[in-house]
Design a protein around this ligand. Structure first.
Ligand code: FAD
Ligand code: NA7
Length: 459
């Protein structure tokens, strides 16, 4: 009897889905027999967060706009901390580039690797996955997908599913007393596309994490009159420039005035909710969906990827992220090896014991430094089980810690700093223009040497 080739569906072609495509291709190139892999991506192109759209709300097909990118998005961590171990920045660009590239340049990098792998033909673009159902006796999934171009609905059957849809798409929108009386614009960071509109405005950002920080300094860069960030748990504590500061939680709004829990009040022109995102997987039945806050070890996933209740279902990139692209690689290689049966999954009890052990380790994480180390250890654990090239994770951790220290020194200039690649040993180039003075984020401008501009030392 002819054995049917296994069929695998990857849902989403952002960096996580692209890592999965690359992982299967790497196995195939080394002579392994690999399953039939189909990747569904609802956009017309891959790259997820790094594939920009100007649209907000819904896209031209009426689908929720993917992830939460903005025009002036620059990497908020050093590229040396996200570099792929088997496709380096030096290899892609042919020369050293700076440590904090803008969005288009990072898209170029991940696109370059995926193009080199020749995996585009496995992606069905403009295909939105609507439903995934598991037939228990047959041990197979039926996937219902809308072809958004042809306006048809298809169902296909798969043996295993890899969910790679990201978790920074569906905004967490809490309610605040009286916010309906605020006369100005109220948006969530998900809808933010550029800070130019906040020039000369008094802006309130609610939230105390990356989005508040970055949209705050972008707005300062673009000439906001005043930027106020309101935190719930604790201040971010950076040495903010004049015109930017932090206050505690909003208690209520009264028209354009926000009152804070410490008794002070301020008037604002616009509000951006930087209150994070929800894990939301509308195409999955509830018992297969991650239900977790944004953290480093969402519950229910063996080794952070394989759904405990049904180990034929896998998630990539479901964690909060210090490490990104190289973590997605480690996860993708591991999931691939589970699917190829190079790694034998232990029974449910042993898997649960492993989950519990890592949850205990995570519970002992007390600060950001420990969190970075925890994620480094998590990645090491995965890579040790696969043939993904091991890299010096301790050194990447040190890069993260240096990045955090740079941010403490000056939140406006940290992106001018340079780091050494852990993969190649190459020192990054100093960018031709300081980040605060750079108003053009294009790849073309980034890779050019503008006339009259020499490489400047970091400020
Ligand atoms: P995504 O990039 O979100 O990609 C998911 C893909 O799945 C999308 O293409 C989407 O269209 C597709 N999809 C979703 N649902 C369906 C469906 N039902 N059917 C078909 N396709 C579907 N990381 C860094 O390393 N550096 C940074 O500077 C950085 N900055 C960030 C800034 C912001 C504002 C945000 C939100 C994130 C940032 N990140 C950063 C983290 C970023 O999420 C990761 O770098 C990376 O993009 C995650 O990849 P992903 O593939 O898991 O998800
Ligand atoms: P995060 O990192 O998940 O942070 C969400 C923030 O929103 C965090 O500071 C929360 O406060 C805050 N929050 C959530 N609910 C509320 C309410 N009700 N009131 C006040 N504040 C609230 O999301 P980000 O968007 O900043 O970053 C996501 C990714 O984008 C990240 O990976 C970056 O690379 C870019 P808390 O601290 O929990 O008290």
């Amino acid at each position: 009897m002819v054995q049917q080739r296994k069929r695998i569906a990857i849902i989403g072609a952002g960096p996580s889905g692209m890592a999965a495509l690359r992982a299967f291709k790497a196995a195939e190139s080394s002579g392994a027999e690999v399953p039939d892999v189909v990747c569904y991506e609802k956009q017309d192109d891959w790259g997820g967060q790094w594939n920009y759209t100007w649209r907000t709300g819904t896209d031209r097909n009426g689908e929720p706009v993917h992830s939460s990118m903005y025009r002036n998005l620059w990497s908020n961590g050093p590229k040396e901390a996200l570099e792929f171990a088997e496709y380096t920045f030096d290899h892609h660009f042919g020369r050293p580039i700076s440590s904090y590239p803008p969005r288009e340049v990072l898209w170029d990098y991940i696109n370059g690797r995926a193009m080199e792998s020749g995996v585009k033909e496995s992606v069905r673009f403009a295909h939105a996955v609507r439903r995934v159902e598991f037939d228990e006796p047959a041990e197979r999934f039926t996937v219902t997908v809308d072809d958004l171009r042809r306006k048809t609905t298809l169902t296909e059957v798969f043996d295993e599913i890899i969910v790679a849809t990201g978790h920074f798409t569906f905004p967490n929108v809490p309610d605040f007393d009286g916010i309906e009386t605020f006369p100005g614009e109220v948006i969530h960071a998900h809808e933010f596309r550029g800070a130019e509109r906040f020039a000369d405005k008094r802006l309130l950002l609610i939230g105390g994490s990356y989005s508040a920080e970055d949209i705050g300094i972008q707005s300062h860069k673009m000439g906001a009159r005043q930027v106020t960030m309101s935190y719930r748990s604790g201040p971010q504590g950076f040495a903010w420039p004049a015109g930017v500061d932090e206050v505690p939680q909003v208690q209520r709004f009264d028209g354009s005035v926000a009152h804070f829990v410490d008794g002070q009040s301020r008037e604002f022109d616009a509000v951006v909710l930087c209150t994070g995102y929800l894990h939301h997987y509308p195409f999955l039945p509830h018992d297969s969906r991650i239900d977790s806050p944004n953290n480093l070890y969402p519950d229910g996933l063996y080794r952070g990827v394989t759904w405990q209740r049904n180990p034929r279902l896998h998630y990539l990139g479901a964690q909060d992220q210090w490490f990104t692209f190289n973590m997605f690689d480690a996860q993708a290689w591991f999931v691939r090896d589970v699917i190829l049966q190079r790694f034998t999954l232990p029974d449910a009890e042993a898997r649960q014991a492993h989950i519990d052990e890592w949850k205990r380790k995570y519970a002992a994480v007390v600060d950001d430094d420990a969190a970075v180390r925890f994620q480094g250890d998590y990645i090491r654990d995965l890579i040790e089980l696969t043939d993904y090239p091991m890299f010096d994770l301790d050194e990447v951790v040190e890069t993260f810690l240096a990045w955090k220290a740079d941010k403490k020194v000056d939140i406006l200039t940290y992106r001018d700093k340079v780091y050494r690649s852990v993969m190649t040993g190459t020192m990054a180039a100093v960018h031709h223009t300081a980040w605060m003075d750079e108003l053009d984020d294009s790849r073309e401008r980034y890779l050019s040497t503008p006339v009259g501009v020499g490489a400047q030392p970091p400020r």
